[in-house]
Design a protein around this ligand. Structure first.
Ligand code: BGC
Length: 384
């Protein structure tokens, strides 16, 4: 199979965005989380070691950190970073992973409440399923921070710490726009779309950001989605699962591209879906390799980027998100103002949740070394 050599058109833009982020220096990552339900796939990459964080004046108190799953590399890193940074700030940490099972996450949160947590930091599996348990938290005077994913329809949520999810989608859409030169080229180009789990509020923001860039080209016929699957519900991927994306791509290829029709681009909202699409293409597709987007800079996907099998990934430095969340925890514990930079975007159904949006940056084969290795996020060996 021919592999498309990625052009370096965007490297200058990317270089300029390297220094962006949460406006906060990245902090430390030295370890993976403590033993929890076993990962079923994609074991966590050991983040590269960095000097230990300056311990803050010990505030004390217990923080419950509920993460969705160990199956995806990023949540292992998020959990490890949160645990380390909270401990360095003097807090006791109860870190739990729920194997992507909603009932497990609910019972973990119940345990955190009954065992005396004062603040809960929750990356929900399904944003709509925590209302009842969070009522208990509210009654007990426990504050809740929604981490990365917004918790919907609960007035127990005080703050939301995340990346600018719409911007993630915009950057993915703009990448395809620039690589295919959609503003100038005549086309038509063939594209397919894969987004995330419908229970994850982020998925609609990623999809929305990208589709707002690409929809005009679809409408004018310059971009053709041969499968006809464009609407969010049609392109969602349950659980963000690699195998679900892979089987949908298998079906799309056999119905539309098996005769040698060229596929020019695949908009994938994140790396687990990109991996499924890539696996399917490797097994079933013989044409020129398409542009494939992603998000998270998971090790397997960065390796694919280096090998020319994935074009880009959005880098969301989990160290900076953890650092910002720890600042929020600290402010809640001390009764001071938590840092927020957005008070209009994220309405969870009970009103706007004050948010801190970190800035996602763009990674590809031209800048990954600077972004991921020089910053200490990965070691060179991890990407071999
Ligand atoms: C996160 C992404 C992640 C996806 C699947 C989203 O909520 O923001 O970074 O790839 O979930 O876990």
């Amino acid at each position: 199979m021919k592999k498309k050599i990625l052009s370096g058109i965007l490297s200058a833009v990317m270089a300029a965005s390297l220094l962006a982020g949460c406006g906060q220096a990245a902090q430390t990552t030295t370890e993976t989380p403590a033993a929890e339900p076993a990962a079923t796939e994609a074991p966590a990459a050991e983040p590269a070691a960095e000097p230990a964080a300056e311990p803050a004046a010990a505030g004390g108190g217990k923080v419950g950190v509920a993460m969705p799953t160990k199956d995806l590399q990023r949540w292992n890193q998020d959990g490890a970073n949160m645990e380390e940074q909270l401990k360095a700030a003097g807090y006791e940490v109860d870190l739990q992973y729920a194997s992507n099972d909603i009932a497990t996450q609910v019972s973990q949160i119940e345990n955190m409440i009954s065992s005396g947590a004062q603040v809960l930091v929750i990356a929900s599996i399904d944003g709509d399923s925590l209302g009842t348990v969070l009522e208990q938290a509210k009654e007990a005077g426990i504050k809740v921070i929604a981490y990365d994913r917004l918790i919907m329809n609960s007035d127990a949520v005080s703050y939301y710490a995340t990346f600018d999810n719409y911007m993630v989608g915009t950057k993915q859409g703009e990448y395809i726009e620039q690589q295919l030169d959609l503003k100038n080229a005549a086309g038509p180009f063939n594209m397919e779309i894969f987004t995330g789990d419908p229970g994850d509020n982020n998925a609609r923001f990623f999809y929305g950001g990208a589709i707002d860039v690409l929809k005009p080209y679809i409408d004018e016929g310059k971009l053709v989605v041969k499968s006809g699957q464009v609407d969010f519900d049609k392109v969602a991927t349950a659980n963000w699962a690699t195998e679900n994306a892979q089987s949908r791509m298998d079906a799309i290829i056999s119905a539309n591209y098996a005769d040698g029709t060229k596929l020019d681009a695949v908009l994938c909202s994140n790396d687990s879906t990109a991996l499924g699409v890539t696996n399917s293409l490797e097994a079933n597709y013989t044409g020129d390799w398409p542009i494939i987007t992603g998000q998270d800079c998971d090790v397997a996907n960065v390796k694919n980027m280096i090998a020319g099998k994935q074009s880009m990934s959005i880098f969301k430095d989990t160290r900076t998100l953890a650092a910002k969340t720890v600042e929020m925890v600290d402010a809640i514990m001390k009764g001071t103002e938590a840092p927020v930079n957005d008070t209009k975007t994220y309405d969870n159904g009970t009103g706007i949740i004050p948010s801190y949006l970190c800035e996602p940056v763009f990674a590809d084969v031209n800048n990954y070394k600077e972004l991921l290795i020089d910053s200490g996020y990965y070691t060179e060996d991890q990407l071999k």
